[in-house]
Ligand binder design. Structure first.
Ligand SMILES: Nc1nc2c(c(=O)[nH]1)N[C@H]1C(S)=C(S)[C@@H](COP(=O)(O)O)O[C@H]1N2
Ligand SMILES: [Mo]
Length: 520
């Protein structure tokens, strides 16, 4: 499999890591704020597309700006020096890009990333050398035209500046687009192979009934699927293209405060007794009622089971979990010792983790947002103190405990049925209203719905897939014609109500009540 880097994406990913956290967070918030109201579709997919466009835009602008700079300096340069100079310039940028690219790769010392470093390096250099050559070519063509009429030199010079920029921009764009096409062509081979493996086995959910089969409360029509198919699971991470890891070469390296450094293969991890958990995970950047929250079946090994085999020595108090993309988080040993549900997971819905979602290994930590749960893990380091994780360094909440949240998915105005409820003992036309409620690993004890400024009515709760997943609720509302506002609130397992005050996603996750208006 050949996987070559796409230079604009590499540059963008690098910027996202080195720019101050506040700038990056501001950028992400801005993208989410701009695209959410447009309702273009699944938030994580749209955001990735916008970021990719931005990456290409930044690359084009930088290419044109560098060209313009060279153009400005070129007055002092004899014509025969243009080609060599541009090529040297291209080579210099190529080398800079190379060091960035391999700097990122060396964060993961196992050669598990399936892209071949020689091929990648060659590819990056080729991109920049082509760019350098295009620069010289453009400049040469334009200046030979301009020197024919020396008298008009001043005007032509000014005119040419614009034409030069346009042409150079065009040349950079052609190189970028051609590079993108080639890179994705080469890469799609690899992706196809993984999918083929996946397809032959079939998913767990295709072969099995969900554990709450026979639950008495049926979701209101229009409620989101209770179980998210892995392909539909949201995806959020710091990469424009997900790291592709070769499973057979991959090793989980364990070091730091251990008696001897050691490694685990994927197979060795899979030889431990597996653990299956239905889990709802959410991104801390999920806007109120947003779609950066999903539920699937995770399989892996409990960290409690693995712990005795890590060789930790006295003084170790935390594990630093790091990923091939440079992402990392710190998990206290206390958390692992107190909760067997902390797990290193290698399957979703009975299949190896999808590339986007962390193949071959990711961690699950109950009750905290996704930002605390590295994907594509390749290293565990035992340390003797807490440290800030990747997003904590960049200004997000230390603990990132999941907020309680409840969402109205549907007011099923076209599904009016006749029946009775506590609030209307006589037979009445009922409108099913429904959605989800979730409170991390704390469970949901109660969901209530209010219509306009009326009283709160208790909704019925469907038995969830597990204590770690969202709960589907349903309230059959006695129909009243007119325009109405429906509001929902939930209480976690301890009876603690969700926070009603509005808070933005940054830095600790969104809070506030969600309302939906409907005309009946
Ligand atoms: N290696 C790595 N792991 C990561 C991230 C990342 O950028 N890199 N993002 C985290 C964040 S912010 C979230 S919300 C979850 C999302 O997991 P998913 O994409 O599988 O839904 O992955 C987490 N793990
Ligand atoms: Mo996230």
């Amino acid at each position: 499999m050949l996987a070559v880097p796409f230079v604009p994406f590499e540059l963008f990913d690098w910027l996202a890591r080195v720019l101050p956290g506040a700038v990056v967070t501001f950028g992400i918030d801005l993208i989410v704020a701009l695209i959410s109201p447009l309702d273009l579709g699944e938030l994580s997919a749209v955001a990735k597309a916008v970021e990719q466009a931005l990456a290409v835009g930044i690359f084009l602008a930088a290419g044109a700006a560098l060209g313009a700079l060279l153009f400005g300096l070129s007055g002092t340069l004899p014509a025969r020096m243009w080609y060599p100079t541009s090529v040297v310039l291209g080579a210099a940028f190529g080398l800079a890009a190379l060091s960035v690219s391999f700097g990122a790769a060396s964060l993961s010392a196992t050669a598990a990333d399936s892209s071949n470093p020689v091929v990648s390096g060659f590819w990056i250099m080729l991109t920049f050398l082509t760019w350098g050559a295009a620069l010289a070519w453009t400049y040469r063509r334009l200046s030979s035209a301009s020197t024919q009429h020396a008298a008009e030199a001043a005007i032509v010079q000014r005119l040419d500046r614009r034409r030069f920029l346009l042409r150079l921009g065009g040349a950079t764009a052609v190189i970028t687009v051609a590079g993108a096409g080639l890179a994705s062509l080469l890469r799609s081979e690899g992706r196809g192979r993984l999918d083929a493996d996946a397809g032959s086995a079939g998913t767990w959910s295709q072969r099995n009934a969900l554990p709450n089969q026979g639950a008495t409360v049926e979701p209101a029509p229009g409620t989101r699927p209770e179980f998210t198919l892995p392909n539909d699971h949201y995806r959020i991470d710091i990469n424009l293209t997900p790291p592709t890891v070769a499973g057979d070469q991959w090793r989980l390296r364990v070091g730091g405060l251990v008696d001897t450094a050691r490694e685990f293969t994927l197979e060795e991890l899979q030889n431990y007794r597996p653990m299956h958990q239905f889990i709802t995970m959410s991104c801390i950047s999920n806007p109120l009622g947003g779609d950066l929250i999903s539920t699937t079946r995770w399989t892996g090994v409990s960290m409690q089971r693995l712990l005795p085999d890590l060789g930790l020595v006295d003084g170790a108090t935390h594990l630093k979990i790091s990923s091939v993309d440079g992402f990392f988080e710190i998990v206290p040993l206390e958390t692992i010792e107190a909760d067997e549900r902390v797990m290193l997971a290698y399957q979703w819905d009975g299949l190896p983790l999808p590339t986007e979602n962390g193949f071959p290994l990711r961690i699950y930590v109950p009750d905290v947002y996704g930002m605390k749960q590295p994907k594509w893990i390749d290293r565990i380091e035992a340390i003797d103190d807490w440290e800030q994780g990747f997003w904590v360094v960049r200004g997000w909440d230390d603990t990132a405990r999941m907020r309680s949240t409840s969402v109205i998915d549907t007011v099923a105005t076209d599904m009016v049925a006749t029946g009775t409820t506590d609030s209307s003992p006589g037979a009445a036309a009922l409108v099913p209203i429904g959605g989800i409620a979730h409170a991390g690993a704390r469970g949901i004890s109660r969901v209530e719905v209010r219509v306009d400024d009326g009283d709160w009515h208790e909704a019925r709760l469907r038995q969830p897939l597990s204590e770690l997943t969202w709960v589907i609720w349903r309230y059959d509302w006695p129909f009243e014609a007119g325009q109405h506002t429906f509001t929902v609130r939930c209480f976690d397992g301890d009876g603690t109500p969700q926070i009603t005050e509005r808070n933005p996603v940054h830095p600790s996750g969104a809070t506030g009540l969600i309302s939906k208006r409907a005309r009946l």
